[in-house]
Design a binder for this molecule. Structure first.
Ligand code: ZN
Length: 364
């Protein structure tokens, strides 16, 4: 592909076939003056005269990379089914590590802008996995008996790693077996407890859904809200009636491979971006690569980067990204114990007087 063809492709994805562009400054849609030597347009609107390029006002504004390399990076990003590390991209593109790192994160940011967080309906598989903040193994192994004694103690007996996070996933599964999952929602939680689970269920599962989980205690109250079925993983992966949460497990299997095989380590700071990327890969696994590329280009060209612009000049994201992709405080989306209690009480009322309406909205 020539440079000109890449430019034409980006232009088409951003503004369509009309040959007209939208000025990022004043919004005028027109055939603006094309200045070939600068590969820029000058706005035709009186009093604006802003110069802009195909990447102005997108996540790639102020880019120094040739457009061809940006396109190549996107193709690589799409084609690697288990993700790619910044170091690997550095070598593939022949750019600095910093460039590759920010480029990948800008793509991830674009993915998180297009999140579909509407409640899942139908058959849902839900599970959590411990992804970050595992304690290092001691340098010297403790004698077996002591290790066993340690295992018998409650988890609170040992300090938790400050980076400890649980990735929760909810997946809408095709009713016909063998088709996998349709849409996934990920959430970064502090623990897989009842409070987290009930908050997520309220927010992301539509009434009338059927939810399948493992037998962890935190899930038991789901039966008050939904048709809830469990599988006991110490006995089986799927019951005789076909109850399993295998689609959630399969998501985590890929997440593990992504972490072990590509990025090696995920800290809470960017965990949502990585997990959402994996969810996107799963959900779009059957789309044609060209469709995905068009979609990714349109998405990245839809808005500029709020989190990664000037990153290496010191403008680094100060707070953790929250499950919705927003910058928020980690516990905000969770219900308080009082709210959970209120919810449970409302569910105990006989049908007819029941509510849903006075359930806490727990919106962020
Ligand atoms: Zn203008």
């Amino acid at each position: 592909m020539t440079d000109r063809a890449v430019h034409a492709y980006f232009t088409k994805m951003r503004w369509g076939d009309s040959g007209k562009q939208t000025c990022p400054e004043c919004g005028t849609i027109d055939k603006h003056y094309w200045i070939a030597s600068r590969k820029q347009w000058r706005c035709r609107s009186v009093g604006c005269a802003r110069m802009f390029s195909v990447t102005s006002g997108t996540v790639f504004s102020d880019h120094k990379l040739p457009l061809k390399k940006i396109l190549k990076a996107m193709v690589i990003f799409i084609n690697h089914v288990k993700g790619i590390s910044a170091l690997a991209l550095t070598r593939e593109l022949g750019v600095a590590y910093q460039t590759a790192f920010v480029l990948l994160h800008k793509l991830r940011e674009a993915l998180s802008r297009k999140l579909d967080r509407s409640p899942l309906a139908g058959l849902i598989h839900m599970d959590g996995a411990h992804v970050s903040g595992k304690m290092r193994k001691p340098r010297v192994k403790l004698p077996t008996t002591k290790m066993q004694a340690r295992d018998r103690l409650p988890p609170d007996a040992f300090p938790r790693h400050p980076n400890r996070r649980i990735v929760m996933v909810l997946r809408d599964v095709y009713p016909e077996p063998g088709h996998g999952a349709r849409r996934s929602i990920v959430y970064i939680a502090m623990s897989e407890d009842q409070r987290t689970i009930m908050s997520l269920a309220q927010k992301y599962i539509a009434p009338g859904a059927e939810v399948m989980t493992d037998e962890l205690g935190g899930y038991t109250k789901l039966s008050k809200l939904f048709r809830h079925r469990t599988v006991n993983h110490s006995n089986e992966f799927s019951t005789d009636e076909g109850v399993s949460n295998n689609q959630a497990e399969s998501f985590f299997a890929r997440v593990r491979r992504f972490i072990i095989g590509q990025v090696h380590r995920v800290t809470p700071h960017y965990m949502f971006d990585y997990m959402n990327e994996m969810a996107w890969r799963e959900d779009t696994r059957r789309d044609r690569p060209t469709e995905k590329l068009d979609w990714l280009v349109k998405t990245t060209f839809g808005d500029w980067s709020h989190k990664w612009r000037y990153y290496w000049l010191g403008k680094q994201r100060p707070v953790k990204v929250k499950p919705d992709g927003d910058l928020m405080n980690a516990q905000e989306l969770l219900m308080t114990p009082a709210e959970i209690k209120k919810l449970m009480e409302s569910l105990r009322k006989p049908p007819g007087t029941a509510t849903g309406a006075d359930a806490p909205s727990n919106a962020g």
